[in-house]
Every structure is written in C-alpha cells, then in structure tokens.
Ligand binder design. Structure first.
Ligand SMILES: C[C@@](CO)(OP(=O)(O)O)[C@H](O)COP(=O)(O)OP(=O)(O)OC[C@H]1O[C@@H](n2ccc(N)nc2=O)[C@H](O)[C@@H]1O
Ligand SMILES: Nc1ncnc2c1ncn2[C@@H]1O[C@H](COP(=O)(O)OP(=O)(O)O)[C@@H](O)[C@H]1O
Length: 284
C-alpha cells in the first residue's frame, strides 16, 4: 500500500514571549495559521524492517537528522512496529525559514504512518507524540488557525481566518530558532502583541483589523542579527503598506492582502530584487 500526506507551512500572525523557563525554553503565546505552500510526503510499505527516506531536497539530510525520519522512528519504536517503510519527501517549503517546514513534515509523517500501519491513534495522541519531536509539531498535526501557548505545544483551535493571500519573501539565509531565542532580551521588548484583539479580529473576519494587529517580538532580534532582513521588511512595507510581518524566528517576511490585484502587484514588485518569492492562499 502507498499513501500520501500534504504538509503545509504556517505563518505567525502574532508571536509573544512571556518569560524564560528553567528547561531552556521560552513561555510563549502565538497565533498561527496554515498556508497553501506545502511539502508532499508518500509512504509505502516495503519488505523488512527499515525506514528508507528519499527526498528531492539538497539541503536536509535523509538520515536520523531529518524530522521525518525521527518521527517514523519514534512511532515505530513506541508501537513495536516490525515493518519497513519507504518515505519520499518532496520539499517545497524553504528550510530554516520560520515557516515550520520540518515540523509540518514531522506531523504529516505521524499522520501518514498512523494510517499506513492502522494504529488508530487520535489527533490528541498524535499531538502528544509530536511534542517529543518539536514545539511546533502539535500545531502542525491539526493545522488551521490556532492559539499556541506553553512552549508552543498547547493548542487551542480558533475560527478559520477569512480568505486572503500571503506573499512571502525569503532571503538566501537560514536562521536558527535557538540562536534567535537565545539573543532575545525580555526586558527590551517594546510592545507585546495584542493577542486577544487578534483572536477577536479573526472571529469577526475583520481582515483589515488583522493586518493592523500583526506582531512578532522576535522580529527585532532577527533584524539586528541580519540587517538585510530588516531591509527586506522595509521594502515590503513600501509596496504593501500595512500587513507585513516576519514569520516565526525568520527570515521569511510576508505581506497579507485580501485582493488578488494587490497580491499580483506586490508579488511582481518583490521578484525584482528577491529570488525566492511565493504568493499563496491562506488555508481555511
Ligand atoms: C519560533 C517558532 C514560532 O512558531 O517557529 P519557527 O521560527 O521555528 O518556525 C517556534 O517557537 C519554534 O518552534 P520549533 O522550531 O518547533 O522549536 P523546537 O525545535 O522545539 O526548539 C528549538 C529551540 O528553540 C528554542 N525555543 C523553542 C521554543 C520555545 N518556546 N522556546 C525556545 O526557547 C530552544 O532553544 C530550542 O532548543
Ligand atoms: N524535513 C525537514 N524539513 C526541513 N528542515 C528539517 C527537516 N528535518 C530536519 N530539519 C532541520 O530542522 C531545522 C529547522 O527547519 P525548518 O522547520 O525548516 O525551520 P523553522 O523551524 O525555521 O520553521 C533545519 O536546520 C533543518 O536542517
């Protein structure tokens, strides 16, 4: 048997850091939503007992360091699965970009192998397994739009965002999430996101208010370590006006718009000076 899973990227609509914890993680509060930029993963039963991972990516390794491999190994050992699987990862989401590509691949692997091996695990059980792989994985198990708290693993679903477009621009640099969290100085955060107001704007399907409330406290940290990202952000603000934000720990910067003509204009303007630009829909 062979089956397929789609692994969509996410963007942060808000990202707030509330404190530093004793376990090295930060206590955070953020709203994330999935977008129509996705990796695709296939799972095929094979003879024997091995996990074989192949991919079109020249960047991520096909061994135990890959979150797909890690997730397959985790689920296999937890449930004593004495079967082999061949996994093919079609990588479309930029790597180390603040879009949770790796976490989404991990979540899709848990979902896919739950189906392939007929384990009957609930969404909640898959999310708990995902927590062992990374903070963003539980969100990626469910997708949609959600508030994430704790270190990011506690998920509360909220109403789907209204329909809209995201134009994403990524400079050719990868940003390490832990480097950004480590460089963050909590007492230097000037303005915290208005998370409750953002939830209300989403519930009211008030697109214009959503664009006004976009906020990410990691932005200034990444901007100071990578001034070229700040430059890109400024350019995008010039093209788009409101509704521009860095996603996660960066470096991807996006513009949120609800009119196709504006989407096309911003996309074409950006392609002039940034090689990697995507225009995709918000997933609902
Ligand atoms: C910033 C965010 C926002 O969605 O995403 P990305 O930029 O990675 O997409 C997340 O908080 C990233 O989640 P994820 O990438 O799953 O992080 P993990 O693998 O669990 O942790 C990587 C490292 O980031 C730091 N970390 C992560 C989460 C958190 N709440 N506090 C932290 O301090 C820790 O140093 C940890 O060792
Ligand atoms: N399947 C995968 N896809 C992307 N990155 C992966 C994967 N497996 C492991 N990684 C590693 O995870 C790190 C973070 O990747 P990614 O999830 O793309 O970024 P981010 O956390 O910024 O959203 C990268 O350094 C990459 O080498």
């Amino acid at each position: 048997m062979k089956l397929f899973e789609k692994a969509p990227a996410k963007i942060n609509l808000t990202l707030d850091v509330i404190g530093k914890r004793d376990d090295g993680y930060h206590e955070i509060e953020m709203i994330m939503t999935t977008i129509d930029l996705a990796d695709r993963i296939s799972f095929e039963e094979i003879e024997g007992n091995q996990i074989i991972l192949e991919s079109n990516s020249g960047i991520v390794p096909n061994d135990e360091r890959n979150l797909v491999y890690k997730s397959a190994k985790l689920i296999k050992s937890k449930f004593n699965i004495d079967k082999g699987v061949k996994i093919y990862l079609e990588k479309n989401i930029p790597v180390a970009a603040g879009l949770a590509g790796g976490s989404s691949d991990a979540a899709a692997t848990l979902r896919g192998l739950n189906r392939l091996w007929k384990l009957g695990l609930s969404e909640k059980e898959l999310m708990e397994l995902g927590e062992e792989i990374g903070s963003d994985v539980p969100f990626c198990v469910v997708g949609g739009t959600a508030l994430a708290t704790g270190r990011g693993e506690k998920i509360q679903k909220i109403t789907s965002v209204p329909s809209g477009w995201v134009i994403l621009a990524k400079l050719p640099i990868g940003v390490s999430t832990s480097v950004i969290y480590n460089a963050l100085k909590l007492d230097e955060i000037k303005e915290h996101p208005k998370t409750e107001q953002m939830i209300k704007a989403i519930e009211d399907q008030d697109f214009s208010m959503m664009t006004k409330l976009l906020s990410n406290v990691l932005e200034n940290v990444t901007f100071s370590l990578y001034p070229q990202v700040k430059q890109l952000y400024k350019q995008m603000k010039q093209f788009s006006g409101e509704g521009v934000l860095m996603s996660g720990s960066g470096p991807t910067v996006y513009a949120l718009v609800n009119m196709e003509s504006r989407k096309n204009r911003i996309y074409n303007a950006l392609r002039g000076f940034c090689k990697e630009v995507y225009a995709v829909r918000l997933l609902r």
